[in-house]
Design a protein around this ligand. Structure first.
Ligand SMILES: O=C(O)CCC(=O)C(=O)O
Length: 265
Protein backbone atom coordinates (compact mmCIF):
# COMPACT_ATOMS: atom_id res chain seq x y z
CA UNK A 1 0.00 0.00 0.00
CA UNK A 2 1.21 3.49 -0.79
CA UNK A 3 -0.08 6.49 1.11
CA UNK A 4 -1.52 9.23 -1.07
CA UNK A 5 0.22 12.56 -1.49
CA UNK A 6 -2.44 14.15 0.75
CA UNK A 7 -1.72 11.62 3.50
CA UNK A 8 2.05 12.16 3.23
CA UNK A 9 1.50 15.93 3.40
CA UNK A 10 -0.76 15.55 6.46
CA UNK A 11 1.94 13.53 8.23
CA UNK A 12 4.56 16.16 7.38
CA UNK A 13 2.51 19.12 8.62
CA UNK A 14 0.51 17.57 11.50
CA UNK A 15 2.95 14.89 12.68
CA UNK A 16 0.29 12.21 12.24
CA UNK A 17 -2.02 10.77 9.66
CA UNK A 18 -5.19 8.77 10.33
CA UNK A 19 -6.04 5.92 7.97
CA UNK A 20 -9.59 4.66 8.67
CA UNK A 21 -10.24 1.01 7.83
CA UNK A 22 -6.59 0.10 7.20
CA UNK A 23 -7.46 -3.35 8.55
CA UNK A 24 -10.74 -5.12 7.84
CA UNK A 25 -13.12 -6.35 10.47
CA UNK A 26 -12.04 -9.96 9.78
CA UNK A 27 -8.37 -9.03 10.24
CA UNK A 28 -9.08 -7.22 13.50
CA UNK A 29 -11.13 -10.22 14.71
CA UNK A 30 -8.09 -12.42 14.12
CA UNK A 31 -5.80 -10.05 16.01
CA UNK A 32 -8.25 -9.47 18.84
CA UNK A 33 -8.83 -13.15 19.40
CA UNK A 34 -5.04 -13.70 19.54
CA UNK A 35 -4.55 -10.97 22.17
CA UNK A 36 -5.12 -13.22 25.24
CA UNK A 37 -2.58 -15.67 23.78
CA UNK A 38 0.01 -12.90 23.40
CA UNK A 39 -0.59 -11.71 26.95
CA UNK A 40 -0.33 -15.25 28.30
CA UNK A 41 2.71 -16.23 26.22
CA UNK A 42 4.81 -13.21 27.11
CA UNK A 43 4.46 -12.45 30.80
CA UNK A 44 7.93 -10.93 31.03
CA UNK A 45 6.70 -8.14 28.76
CA UNK A 46 3.83 -7.13 31.04
CA UNK A 47 3.45 -3.67 32.50
CA UNK A 48 0.69 -3.60 35.10
CA UNK A 49 -1.63 -0.80 36.13
CA UNK A 50 -0.76 0.57 39.54
CA UNK A 51 -3.50 -0.30 42.00
CA UNK A 52 -5.65 -2.72 40.03
CA UNK A 53 -2.76 -4.82 38.67
CA UNK A 54 -4.56 -5.14 35.31
CA UNK A 55 -2.28 -5.58 32.30
CA UNK A 56 -1.60 -2.06 31.00
CA UNK A 57 0.77 -3.04 28.25
CA UNK A 58 2.46 -6.08 26.81
CA UNK A 59 5.76 -5.17 25.19
CA UNK A 60 7.20 -7.46 22.53
CA UNK A 61 6.36 -11.14 22.35
CA UNK A 62 5.34 -11.03 18.69
CA UNK A 63 7.83 -13.82 17.99
CA UNK A 64 5.87 -16.13 20.31
CA UNK A 65 2.50 -15.92 18.56
CA UNK A 66 2.56 -16.33 14.79
CA UNK A 67 -0.26 -13.92 13.97
CA UNK A 68 1.45 -11.06 15.80
CA UNK A 69 4.72 -11.78 14.01
CA UNK A 70 2.78 -11.48 10.76
CA UNK A 71 1.13 -8.29 11.96
CA UNK A 72 4.41 -6.41 12.53
CA UNK A 73 5.49 -7.50 9.04
CA UNK A 74 2.21 -6.56 7.43
CA UNK A 75 2.88 -4.70 4.16
CA UNK A 76 0.26 -2.02 4.88
CA UNK A 77 2.33 -1.03 7.93
CA UNK A 78 5.84 -1.73 6.71
CA UNK A 79 5.44 -0.01 3.35
CA UNK A 80 3.64 3.01 4.81
CA UNK A 81 6.40 3.37 7.44
CA UNK A 82 9.12 3.09 4.80
CA UNK A 83 7.37 5.66 2.64
CA UNK A 84 7.14 8.19 5.49
CA UNK A 85 10.67 7.49 6.69
CA UNK A 86 11.93 7.62 3.09
CA UNK A 87 14.07 4.62 3.95
CA UNK A 88 13.64 0.89 4.53
CA UNK A 89 12.01 0.34 7.93
CA UNK A 90 13.30 -1.66 10.87
CA UNK A 91 10.98 -2.77 13.68
CA UNK A 92 12.23 -1.16 16.86
CA UNK A 93 9.31 -1.79 19.22
CA UNK A 94 5.99 -3.61 19.32
CA UNK A 95 3.44 -3.41 22.11
CA UNK A 96 -0.27 -3.58 22.83
CA UNK A 97 -1.72 -1.12 25.31
CA UNK A 98 -4.95 -2.67 26.55
CA UNK A 99 -6.54 0.21 28.51
CA UNK A 100 -9.07 -2.06 30.19
CA UNK A 101 -12.52 -0.74 31.06
CA UNK A 102 -12.56 1.06 34.43
CA UNK A 103 -8.87 0.19 34.95
CA UNK A 104 -6.79 1.75 32.17
CA UNK A 105 -4.94 4.76 33.58
CA UNK A 106 -3.69 7.83 31.72
CA UNK A 107 -0.46 8.32 29.77
CA UNK A 108 0.93 11.71 30.71
CA UNK A 109 1.97 14.23 28.03
CA UNK A 110 5.20 13.18 26.36
CA UNK A 111 7.20 12.76 23.18
CA UNK A 112 8.52 9.30 22.35
CA UNK A 113 11.94 10.08 20.94
CA UNK A 114 13.47 11.22 24.23
CA UNK A 115 12.78 7.76 25.74
CA UNK A 116 14.46 6.02 22.83
CA UNK A 117 17.37 8.44 22.74
CA UNK A 118 18.06 8.36 26.48
CA UNK A 119 17.32 4.71 27.17
CA UNK A 120 18.41 3.01 23.95
CA UNK A 121 20.87 5.40 22.33
CA UNK A 122 18.71 6.10 19.25
CA UNK A 123 20.69 8.86 17.57
CA UNK A 124 18.13 10.60 15.36
CA UNK A 125 14.34 11.11 15.43
CA UNK A 126 13.94 8.98 12.31
CA UNK A 127 11.14 6.88 13.73
CA UNK A 128 7.37 6.67 13.71
CA UNK A 129 4.68 4.57 15.30
CA UNK A 130 1.75 2.87 13.62
CA UNK A 131 -1.11 2.58 16.13
CA UNK A 132 -3.80 0.12 15.05
CA UNK A 133 -7.13 0.21 16.88
CA UNK A 134 -8.22 -3.25 18.04
CA UNK A 135 -11.40 -1.79 19.58
CA UNK A 136 -13.62 1.09 18.60
CA UNK A 137 -11.94 4.15 20.08
CA UNK A 138 -14.58 6.52 21.40
CA UNK A 139 -14.37 9.91 22.95
CA UNK A 140 -15.00 8.14 26.26
CA UNK A 141 -12.56 5.24 26.54
CA UNK A 142 -9.24 7.05 26.51
CA UNK A 143 -8.42 7.97 22.90
CA UNK A 144 -4.93 9.12 21.97
CA UNK A 145 -4.72 12.91 22.32
CA UNK A 146 -2.27 14.68 20.05
CA UNK A 147 -1.11 18.26 19.72
CA UNK A 148 -1.14 18.84 16.00
CA UNK A 149 2.17 19.95 14.49
CA UNK A 150 4.23 19.72 17.69
CA UNK A 151 6.73 17.29 16.12
CA UNK A 152 8.25 20.34 14.42
CA UNK A 153 9.63 21.62 17.76
CA UNK A 154 12.10 18.74 18.08
CA UNK A 155 12.75 17.47 21.61
CA UNK A 156 11.20 19.67 24.29
CA UNK A 157 12.69 19.68 27.78
CA UNK A 158 11.11 16.87 29.78
CA UNK A 159 10.74 16.36 33.51
CA UNK A 160 12.64 13.20 34.47
CA UNK A 161 11.39 10.73 37.07
CA UNK A 162 14.21 8.77 38.66
CA UNK A 163 14.38 5.02 38.10
CA UNK A 164 16.09 2.45 35.94
CA UNK A 165 13.42 -0.24 35.57
CA UNK A 166 12.17 -0.24 31.97
CA UNK A 167 8.63 -0.77 33.24
CA UNK A 168 8.75 2.65 34.89
CA UNK A 169 8.98 4.13 31.39
CA UNK A 170 5.39 3.20 30.73
CA UNK A 171 3.52 3.86 33.97
CA UNK A 172 0.81 6.54 34.08
CA UNK A 173 3.44 8.96 35.36
CA UNK A 174 6.01 8.53 32.64
CA UNK A 175 9.75 8.78 33.11
CA UNK A 176 10.06 11.69 30.65
CA UNK A 177 6.94 13.82 30.65
CA UNK A 178 6.18 17.42 29.76
CA UNK A 179 5.24 19.81 32.53
CA UNK A 180 2.22 22.11 32.76
CA UNK A 181 4.17 25.19 31.67
CA UNK A 182 5.34 23.47 28.48
CA UNK A 183 1.87 22.14 27.68
CA UNK A 184 0.26 25.52 28.36
CA UNK A 185 2.70 27.12 25.92
CA UNK A 186 1.94 24.46 23.32
CA UNK A 187 -1.78 25.07 23.80
CA UNK A 188 -1.37 28.70 22.72
CA UNK A 189 -0.16 27.64 19.25
CA UNK A 190 -1.37 24.12 18.56
CA UNK A 191 -4.71 22.38 18.19
CA UNK A 192 -5.46 19.40 20.44
CA UNK A 193 -6.95 16.45 18.57
CA UNK A 194 -8.65 13.38 19.98
CA UNK A 195 -8.12 10.39 17.71
CA UNK A 196 -11.37 8.44 17.64
CA UNK A 197 -12.22 5.77 15.11
CA UNK A 198 -13.57 2.32 14.42
CA UNK A 199 -11.53 -0.80 15.04
CA UNK A 200 -9.15 -1.33 12.13
CA UNK A 201 -8.27 2.37 11.92
CA UNK A 202 -4.54 3.14 11.98
CA UNK A 203 -2.71 6.30 13.00
CA UNK A 204 0.89 6.85 11.95
CA UNK A 205 2.63 9.40 14.13
CA UNK A 206 6.05 11.03 14.37
CA UNK A 207 8.31 10.24 17.34
CA UNK A 208 8.47 13.91 18.42
CA UNK A 209 4.72 14.53 18.39
CA UNK A 210 3.43 15.57 21.84
CA UNK A 211 0.71 13.14 22.91
CA UNK A 212 -0.92 11.33 25.82
CA UNK A 213 -4.28 9.89 26.84
CA UNK A 214 -6.82 10.03 29.65
CA UNK A 215 -7.99 7.19 31.91
CA UNK A 216 -10.69 4.83 30.75
CA UNK A 217 -13.70 5.39 33.04
CA UNK A 218 -16.03 3.32 30.88
CA UNK A 219 -16.67 -0.45 30.69
CA UNK A 220 -15.40 -0.39 27.07
CA UNK A 221 -11.87 -1.71 26.54
CA UNK A 222 -9.62 0.39 24.30
CA UNK A 223 -6.85 -1.87 23.04
CA UNK A 224 -4.38 -0.44 20.53
CA UNK A 225 -1.42 -2.26 18.95
CA UNK A 226 1.65 -0.08 18.41
CA UNK A 227 4.45 -0.89 15.95
CA UNK A 228 7.37 1.50 15.98
CA UNK A 229 9.62 1.51 12.96
CA UNK A 230 12.88 3.35 12.51
CA UNK A 231 15.01 3.97 9.45
CA UNK A 232 17.62 1.26 8.86
CA UNK A 233 20.02 4.19 8.54
CA UNK A 234 19.41 5.40 12.08
CA UNK A 235 22.23 4.81 14.54
CA UNK A 236 22.17 3.38 18.06
CA UNK A 237 24.91 4.44 20.44
CA UNK A 238 25.97 2.30 23.38
CA UNK A 239 24.03 2.85 26.62
CA UNK A 240 24.88 1.92 30.19
CA UNK A 241 21.88 -0.35 30.80
CA UNK A 242 20.51 -1.72 27.53
CA UNK A 243 16.81 -2.56 27.73
CA UNK A 244 15.69 -6.06 26.77
CA UNK A 245 15.46 -6.63 23.03
CA UNK A 246 11.71 -7.23 23.31
CA UNK A 247 11.39 -3.61 24.54
CA UNK A 248 13.85 -1.99 22.15
CA UNK A 249 15.28 -3.79 19.16
CA UNK A 250 18.33 -1.73 18.20
CA UNK A 251 19.69 -4.09 15.56
CA UNK A 252 18.39 -1.99 12.68
CA UNK A 253 17.41 -4.94 10.50
CA UNK A 254 15.07 -4.17 7.61
CA UNK A 255 11.65 -5.78 8.01
CA UNK A 256 10.68 -8.05 5.17
CA UNK A 257 7.03 -7.41 4.43
CA UNK A 258 4.70 -10.37 3.95
CA UNK A 259 1.77 -10.75 1.57
CA UNK A 260 -1.24 -8.49 1.97
CA UNK A 261 -3.49 -11.36 3.08
CA UNK A 262 -1.04 -12.63 5.71
CA UNK A 263 -3.53 -12.20 8.56
CA UNK A 264 -6.23 -14.18 6.83
CA UNK A 265 -4.69 -17.40 5.53
O1 LIG B 1 -1.90 3.91 24.89
C1 LIG B 1 -1.96 5.12 25.08
O2 LIG B 1 -3.00 5.68 25.37
C2 LIG B 1 -0.77 6.01 24.90
C3 LIG B 1 0.47 5.29 24.52
C4 LIG B 1 1.61 6.19 24.27
O3 LIG B 1 1.50 7.38 24.33
C5 LIG B 1 2.90 5.64 23.94
O4 LIG B 1 3.05 4.42 23.97
O5 LIG B 1 3.81 6.42 23.63
Amino acid sequence: MRLTETQVDAYASDGFVVVPGLFSSAEVDTLSSALPELIEAHREGHILEEGSGAVRSVMGGQDRVAIWERFVRHPRLVHAAAQLLADPASLYQFKVNTKEGFKGAEWSWHQDFIFWHEEDGMAYPLALTAAVFLDDVLEFNGPLLMWRGTHRHGSLAARVEPGTDWRANAQAKLKYSLDETTISRIAERHELVSLKGSRGTAVLFHCNLVHGSMPNMTPYRRAIAFCTYTSVNNRFDAVERPRPQFVADCRGRAVEALADDCLLD
